[in-house]
Design a protein around this ligand. Structure first.
Ligand code: PHE
Length: 344
């Protein structure tokens, strides 16, 4: 019993002292110092616990219980104090912050106007069963001109109008070359659209760039007629500009379609009086094109006696300019965010 008494007293002192230190700690740092001083490897309670070896066997259980109780009380006080100090620190950190202020807005990008008009055009035509087709931008004269019934002396083939490479290849002057590539690869029925870049040696100004964007369409089957062409394109432009938009077909000439038309829509561009605006070229596929395809394919899949079709092509840059009243085509390639931001 004798050795147990001082031990019990000692534990009592340690506990009281520890609880006083914990109560006095006013930072997490001083609280941790208090914890180490009592419960650390060389802490007062740790050392007292080591002294249990010297306690007579009959007292060991009682002293052990006291040690455990002291440790539990000290640990609980440490945890409570730590939570209290954290709470104070959190409050201090939030002081001066007004949680009712609206959040700062993050900058969000938006699709380029050309992308928007292209996606919308594709969407309307896909609903009519057209599928996307593709072709190279570096073309040969056969696919860009010859197969499209465009003879060697045609002005479009002039070196002043077209970018030629030394190899004789060229940057395609229109997406109509995709008509040829598609028909070479696939027999009728064909219903494709091909958006893509085209290149011309144009003097750059407010309405011309040397690279621009077209959307080509081709529909080939056995009973494709002029009313199909008109109906399809009227539906298309009504989808793009609104169902009340007037659409007219004006006779024109393209080497690869016969008859050929230019399409005008009557529109009011922002800030202007309503007027007819040319938006596309189109026509019934010239049988000479089917002949060229058959020769290239070395078959008669496009029998000019039975096969009919229509084609159309339009400038997407132009459509975007009309849609949004953009006066200078160069704005579409300059990537000036002050301009682009308006289309978000
Ligand atoms: N390729 C013609 C152009 O670039 C447009 C067109 C396409 C015309 C298809 C008729 C048929 O001007």
């Amino acid at each position: 019993m004798s050795a147990a008494f001082p031990m019990k007293e000692q534990i009592g002192f340690i506990q009281t002292d520890a609880l006083t230190q914990i109560a006095a700690a006013d930072t997490e740092r001083t609280l941790d110092d208090a914890r180490v001083a009592v419960l650390g490897k060389k802490g007062t309670l740790t050392q007292a616990a080591a002294g249990i070896k010297t306690v007579p066997p009959e007292d060991k259980a009682a002293v052990g219980q006291l040690l455990n109780a002291a440790r539990a009380a000290i640990t609980a006080a440490l945890e409570a104090k730590q939570a209290a100090l954290r709470e104070i620190a959190d409050r201090a950190a939030l002081a001066g912050i007004d949680a009712t202020l609206p959040a700062r807005s993050l900058p969000v990008g938006s699709l380029h106007p050309l992308t928007q008009i292209r996606d919308q055009a594709i969407g309307i035509l896909r609903r009519m069963g057209f599928v996307l087709a593709d072709g190279p931008e570096i073309e040969d004269e056969f696919h860009c001109f010859d197969a499209l019934n465009t003879p060697a002396d045609h002005p479009a083939r002039n070196e002043k109008d077209t970018f030629y490479f030394d190899s004789g290849k060229l940057l395609r002057t229109h997406t109509s070359s995709v008509q040829i590539r598609t028909m070479e690869a696939q027999a009728p029925p064909i219903r494709i659209i091909a958006p893509g870049s085209a290149y011309r040696r144009d003097e750059i100004d407010a309405t011309h760039l040397s690279v621009f964007n077209q959307l080509e369409g081709l529909y080939v089957g056995t009973d494709v007629s002029l009313p199909d062409l008109k109906g399809t394109l009227e539906y298309f432009f009504h989808g793009l500009f609104g169902t009340s938009t007037e659409v007219r077909f004006r006779p024109h000439f393209f080497p690869f379609t016969e008859p050929s038309f230019e399409i005008d829509v009557k529109l009011q561009i922002r800030g202007q009086a309503p007027r007819w605006i040319e938006v596309a070229g189109c026509g019934m596929v010239d049988p000479a094109v089917f002949d060229a395809i058959n020769r290239s394919r070395q078959d008669t899949a496009f029998d000019p006696e039975k096969t009919t079709g229509f084609a159309f092509g339009m400038g997407l840059d132009r459509l975007a300019m009309i849609r949004w009243g953009i006066k200078d085509i160069r704005l579409l390639i300059e990537n000036d965010v002050r301009f682009l931001r308006q289309f978000g």
